[in-house]
Design a protein around this ligand. Structure first.
Ligand code: IVH
Length: 680
């Protein structure tokens, strides 16, 4: 590079930045690049070299400054300026008609126009620009508070770090926009391949991959993922509205966004219900040619003023609707039908399939649930079948292509003996499940141990499926009771176990001895005794021994406990293996089984005497951890909202309980507020 004076260097840097920005805009927003990738890379390289020689020239919005390289411990929470709403869903033409009818009834204009956009299957992001520069990137979070992912969104090249200026050379003082960050379909396959080569678990679908990429504590990881982004909403409603951006319609919003440098989705404009219904069919085909995955289309009333007039529910604007495409179906072949043995000994037939891509993920097995379903659908090994996947639902075989049979297919029969331990299998009258009768069936023992250690049960960190397998194959444990006599030396015998991780595991096992009765009851994995029943039993009996000696009628009279559950408890406590386990747990000092009074509700706390309802997920906690926290704070948890409810805690993706709270005027608490109470 030729010698440049500081002035020349400064001019050249300004020039290069402008050009690079322009090319990025042409590439990402206009999809119409003028130069080759190599020429572009050369310009970036020149700028990088220039900035390296004259560091004082570096500006935060320089295209070279996308990666900050700061690894943070957690994402900061930032309140949204206005709630980030979601969309209500429709699955049929009838629902679209009803939507149009509602629109027409509330804003009876002669010609209602709708914009149809793809519903991008990615992660919603909200970006703020201050004086034309990207200042903040947030996730949707619970709709009221988002996570600060600024460092990560900066690495997404489709996101402008600096807004383009209008022809008058101005850009809005403050701007907030909303869009979707996604991983292009084609990159998804490549990313998963790379992950598998590195021994990392594959992402289930592009949406998860995008979310996982954006919620990275190290922005350098995000930068390596070829994320794309599309924007569809201007949200600057406060902090001095972006006055210069007057938009009257959704179409204008997209145009203005594009003018500011944002990539926008393609759209169509419809002027009648019939056109709208027709467009749905067009998009059902068109979606496959898009470079990203879609799970539907979004219908938006074009006139923003009319949309404003219609208002919104707690969840979604009334003038917009998501139409979800019907479940995708593909053909594949059943290569084998295997039988898996679960925690309670249930044998589940599972089809091994020729791998196929469906709704953005590759599927190579499908549960067949039970022998009746296999028989009713007449699924045979070697059959060609139709596999269906609806949204996030697990894939299932809907039918067999009988016309493709060659006669070489083999019918499946459930084994009379357990494929794992060889014990007899039985099917009790009135049940669809066939079970292994083996008391010490390794498959059951394994699943039982995994369940015992799981988060909602004894919550033993570091004791997941692979550690359970290692402990079992080293012969170190036979049941959950043996966990408590494990020593650091024992665990160190397992290959690749260091001193530190062995100590941690022993520590975590020890700590789990303090779990209360309800957790221990749940951890025992007695059939029909789920988390709710465990809590009810703990509340009622107060001690383990009281439950063990209660007569069946007494157990049955507990609210939420039915005769089947009561029978299951009685049968479990009579089993020798259960007795052995309980003895070991008592000896180990597991508090929940010792004869001390438990489940004494807290007698004080900030939520004392108050009833709360939880809806949605509270970030960082399982539902039962959140319920425990309410109880620890002195409150009671209920599953339904009434006027007596003190507050509804609304987490991510809240359900109808939030609407009910709003209707009844019950206080709504965000996840943040709830955690705030816990921390004071
Ligand atoms: S409009 C007020 N348009 O779908 C609601 N959303 O299921 C504004 N999404 O949370 C949303 N593509 O994250 C809109 N073209 C599009 C979209 C879109 C994807 C997401 C968005 C929203 C979710 C609702």
């Amino acid at each position: 590079m030729k010698r440049l004076s500081p002035e020349e260097a400064s001019e050249r840097a300004v020039r290069l930045r402008q050009e690079i920005r322009e090319h990025q805009y042409r590439y990402y927003a206009l999809d119409n690049p003028l130069i080759s990738d190599q020429e572009y890379d050369k310009m970036v390289l020149e700028l990088q070299e220039l900035e390296a020689r004259f560091p004082e020239l570096v500006t935060p919005d320089s295209p070279t400054q996308r990666i900050g390289g700061v690894v943070s411990a957690a994402f900061r929470s930032v309140p949204h300026l206005q709630p980030v709403l979601s969309l209500s869903n429709a699955f049929s033409q009838g629902e679209v008609r009803a939507f149009h009818q509602r629109v027409w009834e509330s804003v009876p204009e002669a010609q209602l126009q709708y914009v149809v956009e793809p519903k991008i299957d990615g992660l919603s992001v909200i970006l703020r620009y201050q004086d034309g520069l990207l200042s903040l990137g947030l996730t949707r979070g619970d709709g009221y508070t988002g996570e600060d992912v600024t460092a990560n969104v900066r690495t997404v090249r489709a996101i402008p770090l600096k807004l383009r200026t209008s022809s008058q050379g101005t850009s809005p003082e403050f701007l907030e926009v909303r869009g979707e960050v996604f991983l292009p379909r084609q990159d998804f396959g490549r990313l998963n391949q790379e992950r598998e080569e590195k021994g990392l678990p594959a992402f289930a679908n592009p949406r998860n991959a995008a979310a996982g990429s954006l919620r990275q504590l190290d922005p350098r990881v995000t930068a390596e993922r070829p994320l794309g982004a599309l924007f569809y909403e201007i949200r600057s409603k406060s902090r001095g509205d972006s006055g210069s951006l007057s938009t009257k319609t959704e179409v204008e919003v997209l145009k203005v966004l594009k003018g500011l440098g944002f990539p926008v989705p393609e759209y169509t404009l419809c002027s009648s219900l019939d056109e709208l219904l027709e467009e749905i069919l067009v998009w059902e085909e068109k979606r496959h040619s898009l470079p990203y995955d879609t799970d539907g289309i979004v219908l938006k009333l074009n006139d923003l003023e009319l949309g404003q007039r219609m208002g919104a529910t707690a969840h979604s604007p009334r003038a917009q609707l998501a139409f979800k495409f019907p479940a995708e179906q593909v053909e594949t072949k059943v290569l084998d039908i295997i039988v898996q043995v679960g925690r309670t000994g249930v044998l589940t037939p599972t089809a091994i399939l020729e791998p196929v891509r469906i709704s953005g993920s590759t599927v190579s097995r499908a549960t067949l649930h039970n022998e009746d379903i296999v028989r009713d659908k007449d699924i045979r090994i070697g059959d060609y079948v139709i596999l269906q996947k609806a949204g996030e639902v697990i894939p299932e075989i809907v039918s067999v292509l009988k016309e493709k049979r060659t006669g070489n297919e083999t019918a499946f029969t459930m084994p009379q003996r357990c494929p794992v331990c060889g014990s007899d299998t039985v099917r009790l009258p009135g049940e669809v499940a066939r079970r292994c009768t083996g008391v010490a069936c390794p498959a059951q023992v394994r699943e039982q141990l995994i369940h015992f250690a799981s988060r909602d049960a004894m919550d033993i960190r570091g004791l997941g499926p692979s550690m359970v397998d290692a402990l079992l194959s080293a012969g170190l444990v036979k049941d959950a009771g043996d966990l408590y006599s494990l020593t650091v030396e024992d665990i160190r015998k397992i290959p690749r176990q260091g001193e530190k991780s062995s100590e941690n595991l022993v520590g975590a096992i020890k700590a789990s001895r303090n779990r209360p009765l309800a957790k221990v009851l749940y951890a025992l994995g007695i059939r029909h005794v789920g988390q709710r029943a465990s809590q009810a039993l703990a509340d009622e009996f107060g001690s383990f021994d009281a439950l063990m000696s209660a007569d069946p009628q007494e157990i049955e009279s507990v609210p939420d406990i039915g005769p089947e559950t009561a029978r299951s408890i009685v049968s479990a406590r009579n089993q020798e293996s259960m007795e052995t386990l309980i003895t070991k747990l008592k000896k180990a000092g597991v508090a929940g089984v010792l004869d001390v009074a438990f489940a004494e509700a807290a007698t004080e706390g900030p939520l004392f005497g108050k009833t709360l309802v939880i809806t949605g997920t509270i970030p960082g906690m399982t539902r039962s951890q959140a319920e425990d926290l309410v109880r620890e704070l002195g409150g009671k948890v209920s599953s339904s909202v009434s006027r007596n409810t003190y507050a509804v805690i609304a987490g991510d993706d809240p359900g109808s309980k939030l609407d009910k709270a709003r209707t009844l005027g019950v206080r709504v608490m965000t996840s943040q507020e709830f955690k705030g109470i816990a921390n004071t």
